[in-house]
Ligand binder design. Structure first.
Ligand SMILES: C[S@@+](CC[C@H](N)C(=O)[O-])C[C@H]1O[C@@H](n2cnc3c(N)ncnc32)[C@H](O)[C@@H]1O
Length: 304
């Protein structure tokens, strides 16, 4: 690989020139083969990448676990994690779908023994961060990089988790149906999604894609053939020391790409100005989730 990147780019430019107008460029390619391969694979990823991977890209993956540093929370900010830790016990089979950087898996691994913990995520960048975690060795951990709807699970699970994932999926009903078919007899699906009011001080409903009302979520759960054993609406408040912190927080959770419809567009000045105006006029930003604990409706009825 050429030490001097600038020179390497010039060489590549020359190659392209030779390629178009004819000429000898093999020696230049040989000198810069790694750079050329990276360039081509970069081009391929930006074309082929699935939308959701544009939100959960490497920049977001690296920042994901730090986002709490930008914000002060008031109230329970992670109801799903609390529900998971409450429901789990030693020796269970647990699947965390859209496990991201593997935070919940790590918590489970630190507390329980002899579990089979499977984490799956469509984003290779998020799963790489999960793979780099130090697990205890007391549980069997499997990490998979795939689309949940594509992956062929060979096992059944006592708990299936979707922690802030369903709102990123094209069809949450189909996702929940698939998960339902992966449950053990008394298995449970635990999930959290943002409710309509989430960040509503800054983003009005039409912009904030992937927000659910209670009615919408109840319908989704019913249509998937699930019975909600528990459902809660969890509201918490957030405050930020500065506008810059707020922007950092939004960037760290991939808000802009998501609002732009899962495209890779960079953060525009107009968008920042729009946010600043709204941010100026509010002291607190609302966070609000709907959290469900469900089981297979048919199985529940059969047991009665
Ligand atoms: C908001 S993040 C939540 C990450 C993690 N569950 C957490 O609570 O920190 C959503 C995650 O879902 C993943 N995801 C979205 N659609 C997916 C799909 N179809 N299959 C697998 N993972 C998916 C994303 O890549 C991302 O890591």
């Amino acid at each position: 690989m050429n030490e001097n990147i600038e020179q390497a780019y010039k060489d590549i430019e020359l190659c392209i020139y030779h390629f178009i107008y004819g000429g000898e460029c093999e020696f230049l390619v040989r000198n810069n083969i790694e750079l050329i391969e990276n360039l081509i694979s970069g081009l391929n990823t930006s074309i082929d990448e699935k939308g959701v991977e544009k939100v959960f890209n490497s920049a977001v993956a690296q920042k994901w676990d730090q986002k709490a540093e930008y914000v002060t929370y008031y109230g329970v900010k992670n109801p799903i994690t609390e529900e998971v830790m409450y429901q789990a016990s030693n020796g269970l089979k647990i699947a965390d779908i859209g496990c991201g950087t593997g935070k919940i898996l790590q918590k489970l691994d630190n507390k329980f023994l002899d579990c089979n913990l499977t984490g799956l995520d469509i984003s290779s960048d998020m799963i790489s961060v999960a793979q780099a975690r130090n697990f205890t060795g007391r549980n069997n951990i499997t990490l998979v990089n795939n689309d949940f709807m594509e992956y062929d699970f060979k096992d059944y699970y006592d708990i299936i988790i979707f922690s802030y994932v369903l709102h990123h999926m094209d069809n949450p009903i189909e996702a929940l149906k698939k998960a339902k078919d992966m449950l053990t007899e008394r298995g449970k699906i635990l999930f959290s999604v943002p409710r309509k009011a989430y960040l509503s001080e800054v983003f009005c409903d039409d912009k904030a894609i992937g927000r659910f009302s209670i009615e919408e979520m109840d319908n989704i759960v019913m249509s998937a053939g699930l019975y909600p054993l528990k459902a809660s609406r969890n509201r918490f408040m957030m405050s930020f020391n500065s506008y810059e912190m707020f922007l950092k927080y939004l960037q760290s959770i991939g808000t802009y790409q998501k609002i732009m419809g899962y495209t890779n567009q960079s953060w525009s000045k107009e968008f920042s100005a729009e946010i600043l105006k709204k941010f100026d006029s509010t002291s607190f930003i609302t966070g609000e989730y709907l959290t469900y604990n469900c089981e297979n409706l048919q199985r529940k009825l059969r047991r009665k």
